[in-house]
Design a protein around this ligand. Sequence first.
Ligand code: NAP
Length: 294
Amino acid sequence: MQFNNNHIKNNLNLLGIIGHPIKHSYSPLMHNLSFEINNLEYIYLPFDVPISELKNAIKGVTALGMTGLNVTVPHKERILPFLHDVSEEASVIGAVNTIHNDNGTLRGYNTDVHGVSVSLEKYKERLSDAEVTVIGAGGGARSVLYSLIRNFRVRRINIVNRTIEKAESLKEYFNAKMHFEKIKTYELTPPDLIEIFSRSTLIVNATAIGMSPDIDDSPTEIPESFNENQIVFDLVYNPIGTKFLSLAQSRGAETVNGLTMLVEQGAKSFEIWTGTEMPKEQILSALKSSIEQE
Ligand code: NAP
């Protein structure tokens, strides 16, 4: 049997995603399909990198001349000391999801912020000076908070989380880093939060609640949490229509799913690495059918 290596070009550029465990990710599909459509000599692979190997993996990026990486849980914060340069938003948030190897200089970015900002762009006027609620206190919540403070200039933020200490430390963090003092924290106990939810112009789910296979879960099951004056945004993109969003929709709220954020954060990374635009429409419909077929 003969090995056919016609598809492996000498000038192939290597990209990938590191995480641990590296769960099913849509990034390889999104980027490899974009390279194919744009006729670019790149390949994007998933790498399972335990915390103990993170430093070596980063050394490998320069040693192998890789173009860059996406970074996911649990490395987003730990990666910062290994980079030469970190963008303003990544430095304020304290988390990097994209690395670019710029001729040996490793630059870090947080493109999730861009994904959040594009997802909410059309509500800019309504969000200015508004009270909003963010459920969650992890990496996703950090990019939401940064975008809401910097780009949407909201007035007051309620952070709701299962572990109240994490919400508290996020509040302290954004007080210190962005001098934003109008943050209140609450434990995630939905019946006590109806009033807070219902007076919020925007409610964001930045937790994994409702993500496949737990599609019958929602951060709140109480219909009165929602009303027709609200915008409700779920970072979860699998399923595309979560229980949280359908409850909000049934009460007349406007809803935003996590798919736009997924594509936009990927498109921004793609642009940083290749200097070209991702074919977003085609990628959106490919991701949609892949998620729906699962
Ligand atoms: P993370 O850093 O691990 O944070 C997870 C958050 O979810 C924490 O606040 C955690 O609360 C909460 N949580 C998890 N399971 C829970 C449960 N059963 N009950 C109550 N709270 C629970 O994760 P992340 O990176 O922020 O991601 C959060 C979600 O956003 C995931 O579904 C992810 O897929 C999605 N996401 C989407 C995009 C996109 O492009 N659309 C981008 C980033 C993230 P505790 O603090 O109490 O543990």
